[in-house]
Design a protein around this ligand. Sequence first.
Ligand code: ZN
Length: 326
Amino acid sequence: MNDPRTIAASVVGAVDWQTEVSGFCRCPGESLHTHQNGKKDCRVNVDGAPTIHCFHSSCSMAVEAANRRLRRELGVSSWEIALPGGLVLRSGDILRTDGSVLQRHVTNGTNATDANERLVLETVRVNAERFRPELFELFHWPFAKIVEDSPLQVHQRDAEDQFRTWLRLWPAHCHVWIGDVFSSGKPEHKTNFRPIADWYQIGPAMGNYTCGSSFKPGSFQRSNANCNGTRFLVIESDTLAKEEVGAVFAYLNQRLHFNLHAIIDTAGKSLHGWFDAPRDKRIESRLKAVLTVFGCDPKLFTYSQPVRVPGAYRDGKLQRLVWLKS
Ligand SMILES: [Zn+2]
């Protein structure tokens, strides 16, 4: 019977195996790297949907081609690996980080597309667990550096400037909600839902919160059904420190090419990254799986969730933009 690790090595060269199924290798597109190479930049995984993952983005075409070859060559052979404890891992199964095995054929009863997407999602999740330590190492972006790196500078003590600068993230026609968490649901809350131009005149005094989504004109309830048009995905973490969450923002922006518009200091423990929302449901579910593994909060995929608005004070401290795209 074939050993998948031998097949993988025939595609990517020597592999420094870290587990039975996952190890570091030389990136198939290393010559295209525009940043310095490191030993942990590229990983190959033979379980689930076999995947080569490199932290550089300039090599993506070469990595994709190698991925197709890896999947083709592993796809035609059936293999088994004996695991500690008498477990057996077969082609298409996934070795979870806790040592348990997710069998390929657990998806009985769903159609082939759903089954395939489940396999991809589970693979994405497990691979994210495997490369989580490298993420924080390679994309290290501490708070002071975020502020220093900002392409545009915003006055850090000027509440008015903070608020008006943030308004510019939105197209002029958008209706945006600003208020406190409970300023929603009754007709009188229509005043909390206004076009950008109106907010420009009023200021953030109506509350400490906003949403990453714009709403239908005339809305008075902050609900997903009333969201329309422009949408940001706001990413935060309850568990990662300010010094750590920057790595997630940098990875999404630089490596996965999710457009980062702004980073907001909530005047509490966390930072919020404002990104373009994912293009479709499939990408969104994969991103959600990855972010959950990294320690970010999946509730922010509820687009009507309140988030801190820049220019308002929280216990005497200013909620503010610390990084802003030019
Ligand atoms: Zn690479």
